[in-house]
Design a protein around this ligand. Structure first.
Ligand code: ACO
Length: 429
């Protein structure tokens, strides 16, 4: 997003389904089922039945080959007008926020007046692939014209080639799980188990309080029997979390990362409605906030020695400088809790003079934030993290929080993503 922009895109609100734990409430739902239901919830909330919006942009990290046109198919299955264009984007866990930035940029440039950004993921209906031998044999079988050709193709299939390739939650270039990568970062930044567990408890308490005060009533639509995020445990305590065994970085006797202070594998979808101010006024819809600016960054975690999930630390000074802001100039911070230690390492890096000077090229550290302003309505540790759906959850929730706080309030979003990438964004009410 280059500055200055012709106009700012407005965030009008969002919708998501409660997030489910993997292989649980949504075990029978596909990405398309969940995205369609989420779009329909948004359509109902904003009275968009039969209407065409400028574009729908969404994506999934884990996607079957049959879902090559996932977003468009979901639009066709929804109550939006069938003439609404739609396409897929994918930037790992940054997908939902990147989709919102794409829609906002097109609105800012006057190319569209309204749009929906979203994301969906299922770890229950993960796409299984077959090995090269079996794939080639099946294609040959499909193209075979004679019985002899068919038998030859079948003859190529060896028992060993029948074993499916199950997608792993790991980085292809290192073979390490994202949690194991993060364990290295947690050790490098000396993030204690207690601090991670405290952040986790806060996430659960804040999300539970947000549900209890009705904050999520117009952000979440019940789905397949769930009314709240299935992972939410309001009774989580530091004492209970302290009993869990480490699950990542287990080669280290002082390993700190557990199932409690890591996000669970999850299923779910989210969507956000954005528009120009004029479109919002024409439709009688209040503007919650504007998406002011955004920045992506990538780090070399393979050869460069940087932590896999540290890219937002690099994107942040760029977006702050472009907008003449400091890290302290915000009323709310939404830092995606991939793991509790990801949030804590990122915050520590921004406070660290050596990191800010040597790696970010800054004269002074970005400094500390007021922790009371962080993830005030809970985040991914409590809600769960269906990869591509997290961005939409955060944008909609922050926009509403800013609107509640009054005009002229500012919020900051930071989302780390697989492949050493990160997306940050600024919202203003
Ligand atoms: C850019 C990014 O976002 S990167 C992040 C991408 N996401 C990931 O990599 C996902 C990482 N998560 C995972 O792989 C898995 O969820 C794991 C490995 C952490 C845990 O998987 P599982 O072992 O299936 O977790 P499970 O839910 O069974 O929890 C294990 C135990 O911890 C307990 N537990 C989990 N959370 C809590 C909590 N908040 N409070 C108390 N106990 C808890 C469970 O009750 C369970 O106990 P039990 O064994 O007595 O039943």
């Amino acid at each position: 997003m280059s500055s200055p922009q012709p106009r700012r895109a407005a965030v009008l609100g969002g919708n998501r389904i409660p997030f489910a734990r993997s292989n649980s409430a949504y075990a029978q739902a596909s990405n398309q089922d969940m995205l369609t239901a989420t779009l329909d919830g948004l359509v109902a909330r904003f009275g968009l039945q039969g209407q065409q919006v400028g574009e729908v942009v969404a994506g999934a990290v884990l996607k079957h080959s049959r879902d090559f046109n996932l977003t468009r198919e979901s639009v066709l299955g929804s109550r939006l007008a069938a003439t609404t264009p739609a396409y897929d984007v994918q930037q790992a866990c940054g997908t939902g926020l990147e989709a919102a930035v794409l829609v906002a940029n097109k609105i800012a440039l006057g190319q569209i007046e309204s749009g929906i950004a979203g994301g969906v993921d299922t770890t229950s209906d993960a796409p299984l692939a077959v090995g090269d031998d079996l794939r080639r044999a099946l294609i040959e079988l499909n193209n075979a014209r004679t019985l002899k050709d068919r038998l030859r193709a079948i003859g190529r299939i060896r028992p060993g080639s029948l074993v499916p390739e199950i997608p792993r939650n790991a980085e292809p270039r290192t073979g390490l799980a994202m949690g194991d990568h993060q364990a290295i970062t947690a050790r490098e930044w000396e993030i204690s188990r207690e601090d991670q567990d405290q952040l986790t408890v806060r996430s659960h308490r804040n999300l539970a309080a947000a549900y209890d005060r009705g904050f999520l009533d117009d952000l979440v639509t019940p789905y397949l029997g769930l009314t709240r995020d299935q992972n939410l445990r309001p009774d989580t305590t530091v004492e209970k979390l302290a009993k869990l065994k480490p699950v990542f970085g287990k080669d280290d006797p002082a390993a700190t990362m557990t199932a409690g202070n890591s996000t669970p594998l999850s299923d779910g979808a989210s969507a956000v409605l954005l528009s120009s101010d004029e479109w919002a006024a024409e439709h009688g819809l209040p503007v919650l906030a504007h998406l002011v600016d955004a920045q992506t960054a990538a780090v070399d975690y393979v050869h460069g020695g940087e932590g896999l999930l540290m890219a937002p630390a690099y994107a942040m000074p760029v977006v702050l400088a472009r907008n003449g802001l400091t890290l302290q100039d915000f009323d709310f911070y939404e830092i995606h809790e991939a793991f509790a230690s990801t949030v804590l390492a990122t915050l520590k890096a921004w406070e660290d003079p050596a990191f800010c000077k040597e790696r970010l090229g800054l004269d002074a550290p970005l400094g500390a934030i007021d922790r009371d302003k962080l993830n005030v309505n809970g985040s991914s540790l409590a809600a769960g993290h269906p990869f591509a759906a997290t961005g939409g959850r955060i944008v909609a929730s922050l926009a509403k929080q800013l609107h509640e706080a009054g005009s002229g309030r500012r919020g900051l979003i930071s989302i780390c993503a697989a492949g050493g990438q990160g997306v940050v964004a600024i919202l203003e009410s």
